[in-house]
Structure formats: C-alpha cells, structure tokens
Design a protein around this ligand. Structure first.
Ligand code: GRF
Length: 197
C-alpha cells in the first residue's frame, strides 16, 4: 500500500509523514521551487513539479496532475500544504482516498490565515484537522483533530508553530489509520477502527 503527497512549499507535513515511515511513493508539487521537492529527492523519493502556470486552465492542470498521481496507483493521496483549489472532477476521481490537513479546528476557520483569525476572534482553543477532501473547500468528513490552548502572548507565528507540531503528529496517525483500513466513512462521519487508540 502506498501514498502520494501533494505539496506547494516547505512540505513540513510531507517530511513528518516520511519520517513516520509511511509508504510514500512520490511527492508532487504545483510549485517547481517548493523546498519539499529537494527534501524528497534527498530521501530517494520520486519528486515531480508540475507548474500550474504552464496550463491554460484548471481542468487541464488537474488532468495532468491526476495522470502523474495515477501512474503510482496510490491507495491514498494526501494534500500537505497544497495551495490549489482542486476541481470537482479531480475530487470525485479520488473521493474517499483524498485527505487534507487544515490548520484550524474545522468547521471553525476554513480558508486562509487561520491563526490570525483565531487570535482576532479571541478563541481560547485552536488546533488542526485532518479530513477527507470533498468538493466543498475545507469541509470534508473529519478524521482526527488536535487542540492546543491559545496563550495570552500568542502571535500568529507562535500559534502556527504550536499547531504545526500537532499537525506533524496527527497527519501520520490519520494516514496510518487509513492505510491499515481502520477508517470507515459513512455519510459525513468517520469512524476509526481503534476502540481506543
Ligand atoms: C500548514 O499550516 C498546513 O496546515 C497547511 O499548510 C501549512 C504548511 O504546511 N496546509 P507544510 O509545512 O508545507 O506541510
């Protein structure tokens, strides 16, 4: 069983998945300068850059991306800091085996700049979410979440760093559960096979 990871930049979540020993078949980025591509290559993982600027529209980019992904026949596709909105056709093609990590406790703070918004709203608990990807942005069935306290002197940067540590913990957990067949998705609800993990 293998997985493909899609990145757009640093790829710290991809690194965490690799370090956790997940069977990563390939890393693909829409950004040819993504630092994560170099990390993958240094660790002997096939790394592809497919620049979305080189395509006339979203659909042709998504098709080209899917062709590369499908060449690896992965059981799981993980978005990790992947900053592209994917078309419904693409999401439907990978439905049920496409997951994403989002830096907030969904459904709170979908979209960008989650840490700044969390501070602006004065929430006392913040965190991150791994969810199945559906055509509704940042709204798919939730697999696992981690919560952290928001501290009085937090800035977006200190909050992001504390959340990122949890991202690197829950993403490998979620991927392992999926690849070990521990996740069942019924309607909008995810059950993990572990009675107590
Ligand atoms: C992280 O906050 C992640 O939650 C979001 O993108 C940010 C960068 O992720 N999806 P990474 O370091 O590129 O994995």
């Amino acid at each position: 069983k293998s997985m493909v990871i899609l990145i757009s930049g640093r790829g710290s979540n991809m690194q965490a998945l690799l370090k956790a020993g997940l069977p990563v078949a390939a890393v693909i980025s829409n950004n040819p300068t993504a630092e994560g591509l170099a990390f993958a290559r240094e660790h002997g993982i096939p790394a592809h850059a497919i620049d979305h600027h080189a395509f006339p529209d979203r659909k042709t980019f998504d098709n080209a991306l899917a062709e590369i992904i499908d060449s690896y026949q992965p059981h799981l596709v993980a978005l990790a800091g992947f900053m592209r909105i994917l078309s419904e056709t693409f999401v439907d093609h990978y439905q049920g085996r496409l997951i994403n990590i989002h830096p907030s406790l969904l459904p709170a703070f979908p979209g960008l700049d989650t840490h700044t918004r969390a501070l602006q709203e004065g929430v006392k608990i913040h965190g991150c979410t791994v969810h199945f990807v559906t055509s509704q942005l940042d709204h798919g069935p939730i697999i696992i979440q981690a919560a952290i306290p928001v501290l009085a002197d937090d800035t977006p940067a200190t909050l992001a760093a504390r959340v990122l540590t949890q991202e690197h913990r829950i993403y490998p957990q979620a991927a392992n559960w999926f690849l070990q067949g521990q996740l069942t998705l019924t309607e909008n609800h995810v059950e993990t096979g572990m009675a107590c993990d």
